[in-house]
Design a protein around this ligand. Structure first.
Ligand code: ADE
Length: 225
């Protein structure tokens, strides 16, 4: 999979993909992430990419021309399956969306800043608008990093144990069951006997029950659809 990201703060997007699972995905050639500084397509020599908003009010708006030029140039190199704008007024990201996006080959993500991007760019180019939750970040970069991580870990071959993404929380609309490691006795708190029984059918049954109970208690909304 190839993901292009357009950003006014590309520095914010280096570290998230240089460690752990994202690094492995890139090292294995399963995921390429290219971050493009929007100022490359600025409208003047001062690097301008934003301007005052029509109608007045505080906050700048990211201009049409630099974004349109960036999208057009990047689209000439590859055919995007989706052009994503990360924004608090988008559709809230969930595991199902991450699963769907992980099946695509080429994605373009636009990070907003200030008051956001000019509405006409959204109308003309953007195909999906995604929020990572009901709160406002200072810019779209952290949201883009979350989105790429949630997609990248699902690409076949990225996780060493292929089944481990399948047992993540949300994959079957259930939260994950509790997990334990050594020691068996931590300050009097014991690991449940069943996990040390060696009976895999019983262990699976216990995990399912625990997942069900945890979901009912913490996120009953997940069990409705
Ligand atoms: N940009 C600012 N806040 C955001 C959010 N919650 N989700 C996606 N993009 C954002």
């Amino acid at each position: 999979m190839h993901i292009d990201i357009i950003s006014v703060l590309p520095e914010l997007l280096t570290s998230p993909f240089e460690h752990s699972i994202m690094k492995r995905a890139r090292d294995k050639g399963l995921l390429q992430v290219a971050v493009h500084p929007l100022r490359k397509w600025a409208v003047n020599e001062y690097g301008q990419i934003d301007d005052y908003q029509y109608g007045g009010g505080a906050g700048m708006v990211m201009m049409c021309e630099p974004l349109a030029a960036a999208i057009t140039e990047l689209s000439a190199n590859r055919k995007f399956d989706a052009i994503i704008y990360v924004t608090p007024d988008g559709k809230t990201l969930n595991q199902r969306m991450a699963n769907t996006l992980s099946l695509k080959e080429n994605l373009l993500i636009i990070c907003g800043h200030y008051k956001g991007i000019d509405e006409r760019i959204r109308q003309k180019y953007v195909t999906i608008e995604i929020s990572i939750g009901d709160y406002v970040l200072s810019g779209g970069e952290l949201a883009a990093a979350v989105l790429v991580d949630s997609i990248g870990r699902l690409l076949p071959g990225v996780l060493s144990d292929e089944t481990s993404a399948l047992t993540d929380s949300f994959q079957d609309n259930l939260l994950a069951p509790p997990v334990y490691t050594r020691p068996v006795d931590f300050e009097g708190m014991l690991v449940p006997d069943v996990l040390m029984s060696g009976n895999h059918a019983k262990i699976e049954e216990w995990r399912y029950e625990q997942a069900l109970q945890r979901t009912k208690e913490r996120r009953p909304d997940l069990m409705i659809d």
